[in-house]
Design a protein around this ligand. Structure first.
Ligand SMILES: [Zn+2]
Length: 357
């Protein structure tokens, strides 16, 4: 049996990487799965991969190395299919319906999941095939990566309606004896998204908001355009709420250990999206068109030459155009005074509780 220094929170990284390399997973998943922490009573799964077949195999692999305790809780970090599609590889409908398993998800998760995967599902799946080169054979002359880590699997996609929807911007809960703080981050990489922090392990699950690439604000497959400014703001907020973080794990990539390294990673990513946002608008206000802005804009070396800020997945040119498209919508809707005051009162009460505890 494998022991993990610092506790089972660290199993996340180890098993995710192992699952991808396993010969029985011919199409390695692009998302994280497996235990955020193995409690005595059961497992907490942070995102469930894309297909039930690979999810079931990942769980099997986990049990080959760790005690066979049941899955008791599932956290969906956001409304994209590669983060929930494998859920039935971990649990059954009966387990959820009977209350034996809880499923946590961010506000509007079900609506947004249906919007992208059912209503626009056929079109987006087809476009996604071009985006990811799905029909290329894996290999040096074919597909080697999806840009955002390895590519996605082609198995059975499943779904579960959440039993516990997180609606407060910052919400603390004790799950199977583990303190979990959820932080909503709507309008970032997905319209419905949240990060989660395991205070006992100083481990931050950053969903898809802090990765090792410049992410895309506009996707070729046609997902909703993302808000660069909100993305940057929420990463900064996570830095303020969880300053003691010692491990950060994002579902598509390897984790980062060490407080200094993590805060630099988060800060550089927040700066990247903020810089693109601000400079795009500056040039737009000067009268340049989106194409001209994309040609002209350059990311300074201090931000752009960090490995994790390079455009392996997102492209600067597309991101600039996304910012032009997205900006008016966000200004009109997202930061209405009602939303803003609810947001900050929730943050303040969280900070107060943390200081007094
Ligand atoms: Zn993803």
């Amino acid at each position: 049996m494998i022991e993990f220094p610092g506790g089972d929170a660290f199993a996340v990284a180890v098993f995710t990487r192992a699952a991808r390399a396993d010969a029985l997973l011919p199409k390695a998943e692009a998302v994280i799965c497996l235990a955020a922490r193995m409690a005595v009573a059961g497992l907490i799964i942070g995102d469930t991969l894309m297909s039930s077949e690979t999810a079931a195999r990942a769980l099997e692999l986990y049990y080959e190395h760790r005690p066979k305790v049941p899955v008791k809780n599932i956290i969906f970090t956001h409304s994209h299919g590669d983060h929930f599609g494998g859920v039935k590889g971990f649990v059954t409908d009966e387990e959820i319906e009977s209350g034996a398993v809880k499923v946590y998800a961010p506000d509007s998760f079900t609506e947004e999941a249906i919007s992208e995967n059912v209503l626009a599902g056929t079109a987006m799946t087809r476009r996604g095939m071009y985006m990811y080169g799905s029909f290329l054979k894996p290999g040096p002359q074919g597909q080697v990566s999806g840009g955002l880590g390895l590519s996605t699997s082609h198995g059975t996609s499943t779904f579960a309606v959440p039993t516990d929807v997180i609606t407060e911007p910052v919400h603390e809960e004790v799950i199977d004896g583990v303190r979990v703080t959820f932080m909503l981050a709507p309008g970032t990489e997905a319209p419905s998204e949240m990060l989660f922090y395991l205070a006992d392990f100083k481990a931050l699950g950053s969903a898809e908001d802090v990765t090792h690439t410049m992410h895309n604000l506009y996707t070729l497959r046609g997902a909703k355009t993302r808000d660069a400014k909100a993305w940057s703001d929420y990463v900064r907020l996570a830095m303020e709420l969880f300053p003691d973080v010692e491990i950060i794990f994002a579902q598509h990539h390897w984790p980062t250990w060490g407080n200094d390294k993590i805060l630099k990673l988060m800060s550089d990513q927040a700066d990247l999206y903020k810089y693109l946002h601000d400079q795009t608008l500056r040039l737009a206000n000067k009268g340049l068109t989106p194409v001209e802005i994309a040609d002209q804009i350059e990311v300074p070396d201090a931000i752009g030459k960090q490995w994790y800020n390079r455009g392996y997945y997102g492209s600067l040119s597309h991101n600039v155009k996304a910012i032009i498209r997205r900006r008016p919508v966000r200004a009109a809707v997202r930061f209405s005074s009602v939303v803003r005051s609810a947001f900050w009162s929730s943050v303040f009460s969280f900070v107060r509780r943390r200081i007094s505890s």
